[in-house]
Design a protein around this ligand. Structure first.
Ligand SMILES: NC(=O)c1ccc[n+]([C@@H]2O[C@H](COP(=O)([O-])OP(=O)(O)OC[C@H]3O[C@@H](n4cnc5c(N)ncnc54)[C@H](O)[C@@H]3O)[C@@H](O)[C@H]2O)c1
Ligand SMILES: [Zn+2]
Ligand SMILES: [Zn+2]
Length: 331
């Protein structure tokens, strides 16, 4: 049936409020407006950021259709869309690339001004929603809701992928994998023979481990409070596993003792200020590099010992692994 130009009725998972179970509801998904595409979602990952959204530690507007790590097939396109056509396989991008804003035009920028994460309006670029349920307008998640059979997203927030891509697995390449792998390889630029520590061994942390390993790091320390993560982390390249809850002293002190001088590269992939501080304090004071990947609550403040900033180490944040992927590039 040709659904182009018409609203589609389909199933979606809706979070009516924070900290409540998702409910599967029938929703109406409007056709894409100019510069937008409607996607039939085939698979979606679950990212730690979705967890922050649903628990309310990251502020968004409710009710919303969560999810942002999606793989799907373009069902129809709005006016002026030229980079994809119906039938194309695509990934959704939490950080779009408009190719016009200050960040997109800067060779080092990837945090496009047309993103909807910080702050999050929950609406498309024209300030309206494409979802309704029971007559009520439903907010989008970062403009790329994926827990739905159909979603409307800006053209600048999709990347075309190979026709042969396995659609059940490739959704992970939408956010978690490039976020972690890119943090290690593109942003930190982990060096051969280096020592790394990764706080949080979930989806993102695992991809950081893979990036550190691929860059030739010789020692990779993994930190997590959930020891079930350790066997897979070891399989990916972690050489030492630490559970901070089982240590007699702060984990950063243990990392210092293990390495003698602190690590070359520390990564925080949890989203808590305590683990951010621990990552910073695990770094070598002279040349260590600390990458903040985890998404903390916007209300939280990171407090560091000011005098120690001058010793030479680097603190930096990284979004989507400093990747610059868009509809103009093949993901
Ligand atoms: N910067 C970006 O572009 C970007 C992109 C995606 C996700 N994120 C953020 O990265 C973080 C990780 O995402 P994820 O998908 O891997 O989540 P996840 O839930 O899969 O993994 C988080 C891990 O942290 C561990 N953890 C929790 N508290 C801990 C503590 N106190 N000390 C050590 N480990 C602890 C958990 O056991 C879990 O294994 C989240 O904050 C997410 O919002 C950022
Ligand atoms: Zn994500
Ligand atoms: Zn831009």
């Amino acid at each position: 049936m040709n659904t182009s130009g018409k609203a589609v009725t389909c199933w979606a998972a809706i979070a009516w409020k924070k900290n409540s179970p998702l409910s599967i509801e029938e929703v109406q998904v409007e056709p894409p407006k100019a510069g937008e595409v409607r996607i039939k979602m085939i698979s979606s990952g679950i990212c730690g950021s979705d967890d922050h959204v649903l628990k309310g530690t990251f502020p968004v507007k409710f009710p919303l259709i969560p999810g942002h790590e999606g793989a799907g097939i373009v069902e129809s396109i709005g006016d002026k869309v030229s980079s994809v056509k119906p039938g194309d396989k695509v990934l959704t991008l939490i950080i779009p690339q408009c190719r016009e804003c200050n960040s997109c035009l800067h060779r080092k920028g990837n945090f496009c001004e047309k993103q909807d994460v910080l702050p999050s309006s929950g609406l498309m670029l024209d300030g309206t929603s494409r979802f309704t349920c029971k007559g009520k307008s439903i907010y989008h998640s970062f403009r790329v809701s994926t827990f739905t059979e159909y979603s409307v997203v800006p053209e600048i927030a999709v990347a075309k992928i190979d026709d042969a891509a396995p659609m059940d697995k490739v959704c992970l390449i939408s956010c978690g994998v490039p976020t972690g792998y890119g943090a290690a390889v593109q942003s930190a630029k982990v060096t051969p023979g280096s020592t790394c520590v990764i706080f949080g061994l979930g989806g993102v942390g695992s991809a950081i481990v893979m990036g550190c390993k691929a860059s030739g790091a010789s020692r990779i320390i993994g930190v997590d409070i959930n020891e079930k993560k350790f066997s897979q982390a070891r399989a990916l390249g972690v050489t030492d596993c630490l559970n901070p809850r089982k240590l007699k002293k702060p984990v950063q002190e243990v990392v210092m003792e293990m390495t003698g001088v602190g690590v070359d590269f520390a990564f925080e992939a949890v989203g808590l200020v305590d683990t951010m501080t621990a990552a910073w304090e695990s770094c070598n004071k002279s040349y260590g590099v600390c990458l903040i990947v985890g998404l903390a609550s916007p209300e939280s403040q990171l407090s560091l010992e000011a005098a120690k900033i001058i010793t030479g180490k680097t603190l930096k944040g990284v979004c989507l692994g400093a990747s610059v992927v868009c509809c103009c590039s093949e993901a």
